[in-house]
Unconditional design. Structure first.
Length: 302
């Protein structure tokens, strides 16, 4: 019983710290994009704008939640909560220093939750009964079939090294140091897949402002919009943590990978939708399959 309580406390602590980190990640993004565009960004509230995420949260909490007349209210209101729950559940998977948090199938749970995270987007886009939100949801479903296969194969590739499906094994001292230099194509494939998984530029087709107004979340406001927003940035932060853990066997470079997401948004245009799916099937998938086969044959000789 006591061990279960400790696990719950550690899990909740991880979730709370992730929410705090997510809040300041939004501030870092706004500041980074501002300096890329030769401006200052938010700097009026408090010291150099540091309390800005708190002000944004309060503003969204007190705003009215508008439900369109022709929408389906129940799934529309449940979808953001579902999305945020899945995003927080990801942080329960990451092990802490306590060995009780080590999960032998943690990587499979990560893949399962990541795949399930598509359904809240589909639910929110369909239930709003808006053509723009529905188009955004359909894009997410179609592109997930394309990029998730290379992403899962990259996870399997790096899981061959410990070999284990326990995420903690990637940071254990006994694990052979398998840095990204030994497999640049797979590292490149993983980063592209994670950009698509988190719906970030240049693969933010579900929220293409120039085409879909705001995509699947166009009809959301107030707290429900904040939940979708938080889910996106929690996913981005967790995927940065996973990339750092798998590629360099350390969590130290998580901020660098998170900043890479922001840098890509400020420097790259949105990719074309059909080209992204073509790239996933014709480029990323052959690279991952070839790398897994080659590594499986060569690993006993290393």
């Amino acid at each position: 019983m006591w061990q279960l309580i400790c696990v719950l406390i550690q899990s909740m602590s991880s979730a709370i710290l992730a929410l705090v980190a997510m809040a300041f990640l939004t501030l870092l993004e706004r500041k980074s994009l501002a300096y890329m565009q030769l401006r200052k960004g938010p700097n009026k509230l408090g010291f150099i704008g540091l309390p800005q995420p708190l002000a944004d949260a309060v503003k969204l909490l007190i705003k009215e939640t508008v439900i369109p007349t022709h929408s389906n209210p129940t799934p529309m209101l449940m979808a953001p909560l579902f999305a945020l729950t899945l995003a927080i559940a990801l942080w329960f998977l990451y092990p802490t220093s306590n060995s009780s948090m080590h999960k032998s199938l943690g990587l499979l749970l990560l893949i399962s939750i990541s795949a399930t995270a598509v359904y809240p987007v589909l639910m929110s886009g369909w239930s709003a009964n808006s053509k723009y939100s529905l188009f955004g949801a359909m894009r997410v479903m179609a592109q997930s079939i394309s990029y998730e296969i290379p992403m899962i194969l990259t996870f399997i590739f790096f899981a061959l090294v410990p070999p284990s499906l326990d995420i903690a094994m990637f940071t254990e001292e006994s694990t052979p140091k398998f840095s990204w230099q030994l497999s640049i194509p797979m590292a490149y494939t993983m980063l592209i897949s994670l950009l698509a998984e988190t719906n970030r530029t240049p693969f933010d087709f579900a929220e293409g402002e120039s085409e879909l107004v705001s995509g699947f979340n166009v009809e959301y406001s107030g707290v429900k919009f904040a939940m979708l927003f938080m889910a996106e940035y929690l996913n981005m932060l967790f995927m940065s943590l996973i990339a750092s853990t798998m590629l360099v066997n350390s969590t130290f470079f998580t901020p660098i990978f998170a900043f890479l997401f922001l840098l890509v948004r400020g420097t790259m245009p949105r990719h074309r939708y059909d080209l992204m799916m073509t790239m996933a099937w014709e480029s990323l998938l052959p690279v991952t399959l070839t790398s897994i086969l080659s590594f499986s044959l060569l690993f006993p000789l290393l």
